[in-house]
Design a protein around this ligand. Structure first.
Ligand code: CMC
Length: 431
């Protein structure tokens, strides 16, 4: 851990405690409070971890004020433009951009794991057809631990690696199967001659009765969506994966926990909620009504796809996503798309509105992604599963980093207890 020359002094109740500090490679310094309870008999209070670094990490960095997102130091805009999703996976997992040979080898390793155990097909059939694909994904990804017993030992580095590759390779297959199951179509096996993104489109949209040709431009847009969602440092679902993993739980169970967390509308579920909101607004003239609702303290309504815990300038992923939305709609010949019109006008108004400006609320990654995914033919229920399969690499890279971290301990937050103090049991007849 990088030590800093600075220390912090905490004074309270006539006590003074010296706390060591650490300097990150970039970003705010960190006060190390690990000995605070032992030396000061106090806890710190930080619901939502707004000021707490829960781990050391070298994977992803966000500068919320600058609107900067770096994967292993590389800006997201450069990766979205020049790289491919599997190259980004390789970067996130192993720390460096791969050489041509390393990338070829990685692509082959992932591609060889795209099929799921045949028995899993029957497992799917236990779900109702109208289950949300995220519900199915939580169950099926969790169930991978019942199918792949040879990659469950978290203390074996080789098994951890195999589990990582399996998860990256199979989550698109599982997401596509969840979709096919929900619409009553047969499952489509993966095709290993296609790219990662093209194969996903093929598994979602082809049917045995007809030939299906994947549009390479749509495959590129899909690949870019995967890249933009690949990792995002210690967000809620990643922290969930780390917390689940800190007990020694197997990687499939941990990723299932991450998927469950991602589903919430404040997190990955926002892409579905955002498109539904844009559709509900419907026409540009109804925007002021919704802006007023978002500002009303007594109305729980929030503008979905707006705001972020860390970005207080702009979300760089949203910028790339907006450009992609224009490109994809153009390619598909979708002009005068009413939802896109509402989105653009909503963004324009919100960016000028005192409420949103003063609270630094900008469009986030989920604001435009739904428009692209809908244009590609995905129903809204598939938006969050697509986020989940893209984020799997980030979750698993962070999980692997945690397992290898010597300072790692079981996650066990403390609390500010405000309940009853000790009291004696009262017999039911006397209450
Ligand atoms: N619409 C209206 N007001 C908002 C919004 C919004 N979308 N987001 C935040 N605010 C207000 C909020 O009411 C609060 O006001 P006040 O200070 O008067 O109480 C202030 O802005 C700060 O909000 P917060 O909830 O304390 O901020 P947070 O960091 O805890 O929450 C957030 C971040 C993303 C959960 C929140 O902005 C939100 O709910 N946004 C809508 C859901 C969304 O788009 N989520 C996707 C996030 S990006 C994808 C991902 O990585 O998950």
């Amino acid at each position: 851990m990088p030590e800093s020359k600075m220390t912090a002094t905490l004074t309270f109740d006539n006590k003074s405690i010296q706390l060591p500090m650490h300097s990150p490679s970039v970003g705010p310094d960190v006060i190390d409070i690990r000995k605070l309870y032992a030396e000061g008999d106090v806890f710190t209070y930080d619901p939502g971890f707004t000021s707490t670094a829960a781990c050391e990490s070298a994977i992803t960095y966000i500068d919320g004020d600058k609107g900067e997102l770096l994967y292993r130091g590389y800006p997201i805009e450069q990766l979205a433009e020049k790289s491919s999703y599997l190259e980004v996976c390789n970067l996130l997992l192993y720390g460096e951009l791969p050489t041509e040979t390393q990338l070829r080898d990685f692509v082959v390793r992932v591609t060889m794991h795209t099929m799921v155990h045949e028995q899993m097909h029957y497992f799917f059939r236990g779900f109702r057809r109208d289950s949300h694909p995220m519900a199915t994904m939580v169950g099926v990804v969790g169930a991978m631990s019942a199918f792949y017993h040879d990659s469950l030992d978290i203390n074996d580095e080789w098994q951890r690696e195999v589990a990582a590759i399996r998860l990256i390779a199979k989550t698109p297959t599982i997401a596509a199967m969840a979709y096919k199951y929900s619409i009553g179509q047969p499952f489509v096996y993966p095709r290993n001659d296609l790219s990662y993104a093209a194969n996903f489109l093929h598994m979602c949209f082809s049917v045995p009765a007809e030939p299906y040709h994947v549009n390479p431009i749509l495959a590129k847009a899909m690949d870019r969506i995967f890249t933009l969602h690949a990792d995002h440092e210690q967000n809620a679902s990643t922290s969930t994966v780390r917390l689940a993993g800190s007990s020694g739980a197997n990687p499939f169970a941990c990723i299932a926990a991450g998927i469950a967390c991602l589903w919430g509308p404040a997190h990955g579920g926002a892409n579905q909620a955002c498109l539904e909101m844009l559709r509900e607004i419907g026409t540009v003239d109804r925007i002021p009504e919704y802006i007023a609702r978002a500002k009303d303290k007594n109305d729980p309504f929030r503008l979905m796809g707006f705001g972020h815990r860390v970005y207080k300038n702009f979300d760089p992923r949203a910028k790339v996503m907006k450009e992609s939305a224009d490109e994809v709609l153009d390619l598909l010949g979708i002009h005068n798309n009413e939802t896109l019109k509402v989105a653009k006008e909503l963004e324009r108004i919100a960016l000028e509105d005192e409420y949103f400006v003063s609270k630094k609320l900008y469009p986030n990654v989920d604001f435009y992604s739904g428009i692209i995914l809908e244009a590609m033919g995905f129903p809204t229920s598939m938006f969050t599963p697509i986020f989940a399969l893209s984020r799997t690499v980030g979750w698993i890279a962070q999980w692997k980093e945690m397992i290898a971290d010597k300072d790692q301990k079981i996650g066990r937050p403390r609390q500010l207890y405000v309940g009853a103090t000790q009291r004696d049991y009262v017999d039911i007849a006397k209450r």
